[in-house]
Design a protein around this ligand. Structure first.
Ligand code: GUN
Length: 291
């Protein structure tokens, strides 16, 4: 019998922990505030942003919305971010991706203060992860690690295969798995004989963005399968990068879509918001002591 990993339940536990910690933090007279910048009204982004703000509200984190029009120019977005960087009330800044194609995403992410980059997308945070220094880690890969740990799945010495090499998921996840002493392979669209590689995996993570791509033919018997994909079918139902029905009988544990990795991303985001507020307070105190 395969263990179906309940991301909703695990994320709810994390949200409760954050809620408790935020309440203790507020009792000391401090706050936590996330600024969410959205450019345009991409329907999927609207759903994600709404859910992020709902999680903030639930855990006692203040959230501010900056809704810029679809045709906002680069300078408008950059000056919005610069103002938020300077605002001492704002602890975390999140720019919802994807941005409209006329904008330079790299430059916009680079404008976010690394100390407020709760998404972990800034090169300073990505670099810190690479060399094992403290920083903010991208929420979805951090959520995958948390999901595995809280499900009692050991990582040390395991063969882990990540399918997908995005900056947001595949690459940081490979680094996090390495940090947990796993043996890590990253596959992508140019990988030759991909099934040969994936069928070595004790733990297979699918983050390709192709509906139902990974079926039983990709799996070693008894593998743990983590599905990062999320797609809406024409009939409105959801599916992941993994063909759940075909994969399930061949796994020892698997995440469903929805209710697997998805809720973990938001749980890690609010955790990062509290962490940002606490680090900023510590840095403020240190600056006062030395001045
Ligand atoms: N778009 C898809 N995933 C994410 C995410 O984790 N953060 C942001 N800011 N945008 C996204």
């Amino acid at each position: 019998m395969s263990q179906i990993i309940d991301g909703k339940k695990i994320s709810a536990e994390i949200k409760e922990e954050v809620k408790r910690n935020v309440s203790e933090w507020k009792a000391k007279g401090f706050g936590v505030c996330l600024a969410v910048v959205q450019v345009g009204r991409d329907p999927a982004s609207c759903v994600y942003v709404r859910n992020k703000k709902k999680a903030c509200e639930y855990t006692g984190i203040a959230s501010r919305s900056y809704e810029l029009s679809e045709d906002a120019d680069q300078e408008t977005v950059l000056s919005c971010i610069r103002a938020l960087n300077e605002d001492p009330q704002v602890n975390g800044i999140l720019v919802q991706l994807p941005l409209p194609p006329h904008l330079n995403e790299q430059e916009i992410i680079a404008a976010i203060s690394p100390q407020k980059d709760v998404d972990g997308f800034h090169v300073q945070n990505a670099g810190a992860l690479t060399v094992g220094l403290p920083g903010f880690v991208s929420c979805t890969p951090a959520g995958v690690i948390e999901l595995l740990k809280r499900s009692g799945i050991a990582l040390s010495g395991k063969e882990c295969v990540v399918v997908g090499r995005s900056n947001i998921v595949g690459k940081p996840l490979a680094l996090l798995l390495l940090q947990e002493n796993a043996t890590v392979t990253v596959c992508h669209s140019r990988t030759k004989n991909i099934r040969e590689v994936t069928s070595r995996a004790d733990i297979l993570v699918a983050a390709v963005g192709k509906p139902n791509m990974i079926d039983d033919t990709y799996l070693k018997e008894g593998a743990v399968v983590i599905d990062v994909g999320i797609h809406r079918r024409e009939d409105g139902s959801m599916c992941g990068d993994v063909d759940f029905e075909k994969a399930l009988p061949h796994t020892s544990a698997i995440t469903p879509v929805p209710g697997g990795v998805g809720p973990m991303t938001i749980a890690m985001l609010i955790k990062n918001c509290l962490k940002a507020a606490q680090i900023q307070k510590m840095q403020e105190d240190r600056a006062q002591h030395t001045s």
